[in-house]
Design a protein around this ligand. Structure first.
Ligand code: GLN
Length: 208
């Protein structure tokens, strides 16, 4: 364990963003806005140097192939066994326990069933104003949350250990299970840092 003490939000936390494919740069900027130190991660050795990890949006099948190619699957499993991981959109698909449309390998960090591209091709992208759950507002701050959906998956099932922090049209879109977080939208594409801050608050001396 490193010697630094408990911190609120991002201050001095080194947070990795898996930078194989997708919108990792936008997450780096969002982490910096939230006060953390962003680190682009492309190797197992790089993963070892960070306190938390974001799997960004992009294309989940491609990301899975690149994880295989770069020999990062086992490193990700080892990392997630102790430290917090936050998956957005394609990242959410990778962290689920079951993927449909079509079925695909996933890491089961949260007990979720997700359906890919579930909003359909014509209305694949949209921006919604969400009213987050009280559990989100108490920890991250009150107010409407702007959610950018881009060919997003829908969470079709949540296991008993999953807490829903925001919903859109009756489906969960921001959830947590223990130290891990999933968003089916892209919080890195707005100026609102609360979702990143909620994730950063999960990085504690116990998880470092
Ligand atoms: N549709 C993509 C997939 O299934 C995810 C889209 C995104 O990450 N914006 O992998």
């Amino acid at each position: 364990m490193k010697t630094h003490g408990v911190k609120t939000h991002g201050v001095n936390k080194r947070v990795g963003i898996l930078a194989l494919q997708g919108d990792f740069e936008a997450h780096a900027q969002a982490l910096a806005r939230a006060g953390a130190e962003p680190v682009l991660v492309r190797t197992a050795a790089g993963m070892e140097t960070v306190d938390g990890l974001i799997i960004p949006g992009g294309e989940s099948t491609t990301m899975l192939k690149l994880l295989e190619l770069m020999d990062l699957k086992e490193a990700l499993r080892r990392f997630a066994a102790r430290r917090p991981v936050f998956g957005t959109c394609a990242g959410a698909i990778l962290l689920a326990a079951e993927v449909r449309n079509p079925a695909q390998e996933c890491f089961a960090l949260l007990d979720l069933t997700v359906e890919r591209n579930a909003y359909g091709r014509q209305i694949a992208s949209s921006i919604a104003q969400l009213e987050p759950a009280a559990a989100f507002e108490q920890r991250a701050g009150a107010g409407t949350l702007e959610a950018v959906f881009i060919r997003a998956p829908i969470i079709r099932r949540t296991g008993p250990e999953v807490h829903v922090l925001a919903e859109y049209k009756g489906n969960p879109v921001l959830v947590e299970q223990g130290r891990h977080v999933v968003a089916t939208f892209h919080p890195e594409l707005t100026q609102d840092s609360r979702v990143h801050e909620l994730f950063l608050a999960k990085i504690s001396p116990e998880t470092i």
